[in-house]
Write a protein that binds this ligand. Structure first.
Ligand SMILES: O=C1O[C@H](COP(=O)(O)O)[C@@H](O)[C@H](O)[C@H]1O
Length: 256
């Protein structure tokens, strides 16, 4: 952990409703100061959100109309493709009026899509070198990737760009764009969500292996998800029992 950063690990029988309530509470707290900037990853997480977020955020002051919703990574496929996160069913299900959505523009090359999305972010976060999200919701793959940052990939070293293009993703589809670690680590709060026994081993490595603070991180270690240590924000892991089954540390049974 970065000095000063708080981390909580919660194991819930059904993470979806707890996660949705958590997002609603964060939204209600943040909109007092203006808007609620939320970043969402893809994969199983967006499916959980599609089911559980809409009923949790219908009422003011958590209402999505005051949100800025962005995608932490996106697979470069047409919006109607099942791999598209922005094209997933979440957005139409949120109660209206909907959030302001920042999504990568379809039909561009990976490099152009990354530059275009970075420009949209810069416009939405004026005056901030690195956009500071109120909350980022992230997943983790069984290999330890998060967003489209994969183990051993050179993008883990990226410090200048806020959105990077990847054309050799080991997980299909190969062309994607992704927030870089500086954006993930600038957030006020980051929540990792992992479910299922296929995530148990990587969850244990990410949560229980201390970061090698005594030396510059190598390409291989720590895993991408374990490199997310918000500088001054909070870090949460929300797990179901299967994903938590290899943990040997004390965990909480609530998130709020
Ligand atoms: O490819 C991706 O994978 C990760 C993990 O997805 P999951 O389905 O195993 O939960 C996801 O967080 C990321 O956004 C996505 O592009």
């Amino acid at each position: 952990m970065a000095p000063g950063a708080a981390r909580r690990v919660s194991v819930l029988p059904e993470p979806g409703p707890g996660l949705a309530r958590f997002v609603a509470e964060r939204a209600a707290a943040a909109v007092g100061g203006g808007r609620f900037a939320l970043g969402v990853s893809g994969g199983s997480l967006v499916e959980l959100l599609t089911l559980h977020l809409p009923p949790a955020v219908g009422s003011c002051p958590a209402a999505p109309a005051r949100w800025l919703l962005a995608f932490c990574d996106e697979r470069l496929v047409p919006p109607e493709h099942p791999d598209s996160t922005a094209g997933a069913r979440l957005l139409p299900r949120l109660p209206g009026p909907g959030p302001r959505v920042l999504a990568p523009s379809p039909g561009l090359s990976p490099a152009a899509a990354a530059a275009d999305y970075a420009a949209k972010l810069r416009q939405a976060f004026p005056g901030e070198d690195v956009p500071v999200f109120d909350l980022l919701l992230l997943g983790v793959g069984p290999d330890g990737h998060t967003c489209s940052l994969f183990p051993g990939h050179r993008l883990l070293q990226e410090q200048e760009t806020i959105v990077a293009a990847i054309t050799d993703s080991p997980k299909p589809p190969p062309e994607r764009i992704t927030f870089t670690l500086p954006v993930l680590n600038a957030a006020k709060a980051v929540v990792f969500v992992a479910t299922g026994k296929g995530k148990a081993a990587v969850v244990k490595v990410c949560i229980q292996t201390p970061p090698p603070i005594h030396r510059k991180p190598s390409l291989e270690n720590p895993l991408p998800a374990a490199r997310v240590q918000p500088h001054s924000g909070q870090l949460y892991w929300i797990l179901d029992e299967a994903a938590a089954k290899e943990l040997t540390i004390p965990v909480e049974n609530s998130i709020l």
